[in-house]
Design a protein around this ligand. Structure first.
Ligand code: NAP
Length: 311
């Protein structure tokens, strides 16, 4: 069942599960399978997921190209598209990248994203990270110009601290933030989420499944040939302890009639400041399962039992 929400003070009505497209870029996640990914995008629309999050940086443009092809022929009012800008290639695509939120770069790169996506406008354009060399009023001027020209509808930020977000809000209409948030990493509950709640800022959170750990699919003995091969959460004793904790979700999932993935995502959506959780998707089965986190609620008891597992 779908569940739509108005994204903060924007007029975007988005599904609470957002289709994450980092996996379409390859690079950190293994070779992308365009056939499976296209099927997953189409399936997403069928199961009530209308919100897609990508970035120019994912596969140096490849993820935007694959998503653009997958959405070809889908009516523009059937989906809401978010992408990001920040990583400036110093030479050819695939070369070294540096942060850049300068006026000229944003105006230029937005055109490149639109071309790769095959779209006339972007619904939500996000500063992927904080650029220490560009005052944010310059960044905001570029975003406002793109808005005025009809290239983007709204803009926001990602990976900003609460102080950077406060500064952003003082110089422009930064309507959303995209921070990291999952059951194992709840740092934003201390500052970013209360700030967003009191300022009606749209919050879409990433790595909601801690790179798949919170699906309950691992035994703790797996080895990886993607970004997880270097992530300490997926190594040795720590990996086993993580799996033991995640397995404690099984009885709660059983009594709710949902899967471990679904209760892990739902627990994030219950926070009143969180509008959407972005889930990184590789195939149709994964988006179908994630979509099943919409349209119902955890009881207060189940919610606090879940939090207790990950103190
Ligand atoms: N703004 C930023 O800086 C930033 C940073 C990171 C991510 N993001 C965004 O957020 C999205 C999600 O975050 P993420 O990719 O870091 O992590 P994530 O969503 O926590 O994990 C993604 C992984 O979870 C697994 N998965 C997803 N659904 C599953 C299901 N139903 N059953 C089993 N496994 C499932 C897949 O693993 P397998 O590979 O094992 O199939 C997938 O690669 C990204 O795609 C991207 O759009 C933004």
């Amino acid at each position: 069942m779908s569940e739509l929400i108005k994204l903060g003070r924007t007029d975007l009505h988005v599904s609470r599960i957002c289709f994450g497209c980092w996996q379409m870029g390859g690079t950190y996640w293994g070779e992308p399978d365009e056939h499976n990914l296209t099927a997953a995008v189409r399936r997403a629309i069928d199961v009530g997921v209308n919100f897609f999050d990508t970035a120019d940086a994912y596969g140096d443009g490849l993820a935007e190209e694959i998503l653009g092809r997958a959405l070809k022929g889908v009516s523009r009012d059937k989906f809401v598209l978010a992408t990001k800008v920040y990583h400036h290639w110093l030479g050819e695509r695939g070369s070294k990248r540096v942060g850049d939120l300068s006026y000229e770069y944003i105006i230029w790169e937005c055109e490149q994203s639109l071309r790769r996506l095959g779209l006339d406008y972007i619904d939500l354009y996000q500063a992927h990270s904080y650029d220490y060399l560009t005052p944010l009023d310059e960044t905001a001027r570029a975003f406002e110009k793109l808005k005025k020209d009809g290239k983007i509808r709204y803009y926001g930020c990602s990976n900003f601290t609460v102080e950077q977000l406060r500064y952003a809000c003082s110089v422009g209409s930064f309507d959303t933030i995209q921070p990291r948030y999952n059951l194992m990493d709840r740092r934003i509950e201390a500052d970013i989420l209360p700030f967003c709640l009191s300022n009606n800022i749209g919050v879409l959170v990433y790595s909601s499944l801690q790179y798949g750990l919170l699906t309950g699919k691992f035994k703790g003995s797996e080895t990886f040939n993607d970004l997880r091969s270097k992530n300490p959460e997926f190594q040795g004793q720590r990996f086993k302890e993580n799996v033991d904790k995640v397995n404690q979700l099984i009885p709660i999932a059983k009594r709710t009639g949902k899967t471990v993935t679904q209760i892990s995502l739902r627990a994030l959506l219950e926070h009143p400041a969180v509008h959407c959780t972005i889930v990184g998707i590789k195939n149709s089965q994964q988006i179908e399962e994630a979509a099943g986190a919409m349209g119902w609620n955890l009881t207060r008891e189940d919610y606090y039992d879940i939090r207790k597992i990950f103190p």
